[in-house]
Design a protein around this ligand. Structure first.
Ligand SMILES: [Zn+2]
Length: 445
């Protein structure tokens, strides 16, 4: 029996940092420009009051995950460790402000607020403090997942909820995951700092296989923390300890305990946007699509929005086929629709295809180009006229006497072969439906 639990860190989309007014857009500016004495822990500096926008976004997430919001005052603790990315030598982390939630059958144990440290570049020994003090929430689940597939589905659902709430600071970064995994007869191992859902799936598969191998060889699995090496696709032992490190937790004397206002909680509950499971129900009842397609669409917010926009323009059946195909191509690339630049190109592609201005092979080709080349713009092709197709059909017939004979002897497959020849020869400029009609006419003459 496998048991998997997660600690998920999400950088919250707020204008300013948790305890100062520096902007949070650490990726978009020169190193060490979003800094002040507070977030670089200069001697004598004191934190501002807690950023209310952080509280609102954090409570919104907690409510969407069906948590109870704690009404008692929440203290901020100092968690001590020594590393160049942490100028104060302690990270501020709140007591849980939300507990006892649930998403997709997985219990949420607690959520708390933290500040992100800076970014230490090991290779050249430099530190960028732009990220220092950026607000994070850490979502802690119970170890309720019993397979890699369940774990992946949970993370996809969680990611969708966060996208619907529009609370992720950089969607292209998403969230960072620490995964706890154990199998029957072994101790719990924590794999730290995995930065994509795809990475979590790979790390869990690796770790479960490793545990099974160890137990089969009669070895003991010790309780330890491991690092996920994305490039090599392996986990590496970081520290082998029986107990958790002593971070010398103490309440931060500079931050008064924070009391979440119940009126704010009710106000946020009333403003809750439509969530993935609600949208799934709506797509099923409004458009009559099946549950599994609806889930596929809603778990990628951009794809769900595209489906609705297309359903109104090209019809539900076409929109469903287009979006399922698109999801397959995105899965192949481990991408969300929001990772694609100028996604409106997908709408023009669907319009071109379903209005008959491009043929199927060209649509397939264009779709891949839109996903892989940000500069590619799909345009209507110059389709061949019936006379032009007829001329090529006659050439193909003349060049393939065996296939023609097979067709006349009742072998239906021969027709597909000949149509394929026409499509190849015209490089997709012949509409296959028309090509079949014309070819039949020519063969039966
Ligand atoms: Zn600052």
């Amino acid at each position: 029996m496998v048991r998997i639990g997660f600690e998920i860190h999400v950088q919250l989309k707020t204008k300013s940092k948790l305890f100062c007014t520096c902007p949070t857009n650490f990726l978009d500016v020169e190193p060490n420009t979003n800094v002040c004495p507070v977030c670089t822990a200069q001697p004598g500096s004191k934190p501002n009051g807690i950023n209310e926008e952080v509280i609102r976004k954090a409570v919104l997430v907690a409510l969407a995950l069906n948590c109870k919001i704690r009404t008692e005052p929440i203290r901020f603790m100092r968690k001590h460790y020594f590393y160049p990315d942490l100028p104060s030598n302690y990270q501020r982390t709140s007591e849980p402000f939300a507990v006892d939630g649930e998403l997709a059958g997985v219990r949420i144990r607690e959520i708390h607020i933290e500040e992100d440290p800076g970014r230490y570049e090991l290779r050249d020994g430099t530190v960028d403090y732009n990220r220092s003090g950026v607000p994070l929430i850490e979502i802690v689940t119970e170890p309720d997942m019993t397979s890699v597939e369940e774990a992946r589905d949970f993370l996809k659902h969680l990611r969708a909820v966060l996208d619907y709430l529009d609370v992720i600071l950089y969607p292209q970064i998403g969230f960072r995951v620490d995964a706890n995994v154990s199998i029957e007869g072994g101790e719990r191992v924590e794999v730290k700092n995995i930065n994509s859902i795809h990475g979590v799936v790979r790390a869990l598969k690796y770790e479960i296989a490793r545990h099974k191998r160890m137990l089969a060889m009669g070895k003991k699995i010790t309780r330890e923390t491991r690092h996920w090496d994305e490039v090599r696709g392996v986990t590496v032992s970081l520290r082998e300890k029986e107990t958790a490190e002593d971070y010398r937790y103490m309440p931060d004397p500079d931050i008064p305990p924070y009391h979440i206002d119940p009126a704010l909680v009710e106000q946020l509950r009333a403003q809750m946007p439509e969530l993935p499971h609600q949208k799934k129900d709506r797509l099923v009842s409004e458009y009559g699509i099946d549950e599994s397609a609806a889930w596929t669409f809603v778990l990628d917010k951009g794809l769900g929005d595209l489906f609705e926009s297309l359903a109104d323009r090209v019809g539900v059946k076409n929109a469903t086929a287009f979006c399922l195909n698109l999801r397959g191509e995105l899965n192949y690339r481990n991408k969300y629709l929001s990772d694609i630049q100028k996604p409106e190109r997908l709408e023009s592609l669907a319009d071109l295809y379903f209005s008959g201005k491009i043929t199927k092979p060209v649509y397939v080709d264009y779709l891949r180009k839109v996903l892989d080349d940000p500069t590619f713009v799909p345009k209507a092709q110059e389709l061949l006229s019936e006379d032009e197709i007829r001329a090529i059909a006659r050439e193909i017939i003349a060049a393939n006497p065996d296939a023609v004979a097979d067709y006349r002897n009742g072998e239906k497959k021969a027709l597909n072969f000949l149509v394929g020849q026409i499509v190849a020869k015209t490089k997709g400029k012949a509409d296959p439906k028309k090509a079949i009609q014309i070819l039949r006419g020519e063969l039966n003459r």
